[in-house]
Design a protein around this ligand. Structure first.
Ligand code: ATP
Ligand code: MG
Length: 308
């Protein structure tokens, strides 16, 4: 559905995107992750046909975005990171305007608008002024606008930025639903854990270069060894540390906020053997938790490698 090929974008002396290649099959949901200035927006804007690359190109559904931008536009829904607002415009007027711009026939506009309002949970707001909606609702309205022409590929540039935790969850649920509807989605963020549970692919970029891309699970797997067991003990901390260091399935051990943090290097799913060993040797364990490896950890690990 989306294939980015050797994409490079140079602004003056700065190479914002550097020979980036990326592939996303139909129905995939890819988290496009990188720190500020990594080149996410630049990449997305090239795919959205709003920016000409310096070299390289991208294909949407096999069509070249540089050569045939007008054929690309019906296929994509682009949600920018910042969007302007209109004073004195009502929700339905806003959507009707864009529906007309997308050349949706007048006879179909009403039902299309109802559908996207329903989907974005704004049905009750159709007659409200856009400027009077909360930030979270405005963000959902922008997404509704993006969905009017039923695009196959959604390009969402930080759709949850600036939202409170509740509004974030709402956007997340909505994106999950779009994924279930079979849309292909490229979604950028630097708030990593947020993407973990509904993306099936991830691409990490830094300084315009691709650091890693692939299935979320595969990348998690590559970063194994990052499982840390956090163990709370009633007493004998120092002894426990020495004991743990002697175990074959444990690597580095340190103290963290009164807990013993032991990196687990044994077989996946057999962490309980460490707990058993402690209990058998008379250590009084009051808590035993596996610190989850989330996308944030992966990100830090992978990019640290790249920078080094
Ligand atoms: N129009 C422009 N002219 C000059 N430099 C630009 C322009 N747009 C972006 N840049 C630079 O290109 C680099 C990549 O910017 P980009 O906006 O693509 O990053 P980003 O990954 O989206 O960052 P953020 O997470 O902050 O949104 C940055 O160093 C930025 O300053
Ligand atoms: Mg950006």
């Amino acid at each position: 559905m989306l294939e980015i090929q050797n994409l490079t974008k140079v602004y003056g002396k700065l190479t914002a995107v550097d020979d980036l290649s990326l592939r996303l099959d139909g129905g995939g949901i890819m988290g496009f992750i990188g720190p500020n200035g990594a080149g996410k927006t630049t990449t997305i804007r090239v795919v959205a046909t709003l920016l000409k690359p310096t070299s390289g190109t991208a294909f949407v559904d096999g069509i070249d975005v540089v050569l045939h931008p007008e054929e690309i536009r019906p296929l994509i829904g682009y949600m920018p990171d910042f969007f302007g607002l209109y004073d004195n415009v009502k929700v339905w007027e806003y959507l009707d305007f864009f529906a007309a711009a997308y050349r949706i026939p007048k006879s179909k506009r009403r039902s299309t608008i109802d559908d996207v309002l329903e989907l974005t949970d704004l049905a009750g707001k159709w007659d409200s002024f856009v400027s009077e909606l909360s930030r979270g609702m405005q963000q959902r309205l922008c997404l509704a606008k993006t969905l009017l022409h039923d695009p196959k590929l959604l390009l969402l540039d930080e759709p949850a930025s600036g939202l409170d935790p509740r509004a974030r969850i709402e956007i997340k649920e909505l994106l999950k639903e779009l994924g279930n509807m079979g849309k292909t989605i490229l979604i950028s963020s630097h708030i990593l854990p947020e993407l973990a549970d509904f993306c099936n692919k991830v691409a990490i970029i830094e300084q315009g270069k691709l650091v890693v891309s692939g299935d979320v699970e595969e990348i998690m797997e590559q970063c194994r060894g990052g499982v840390v067991l956090k163990i709370g003990l009633i007493d004998r901390h120092e002894e426990a540390i020495l004991f743990l260091q002697g175990l074959e399935t444990v690597g580095e051990v340190k103290t963290e906020n009164g807990l013993v943090a032991a990196s687990y290097t044994g077989k996946p799913g057999e962490q309980h053997s460490v707990l058993e060993a402690l209990a058998t040797n008379g250590f009084k364990v009051k808590s035993f938790v596996e610190a989850e490896v989330d996308l944030e950890d992966i990100f830090l690990k992978v990019t640290r490698g790249a920078v080094a």
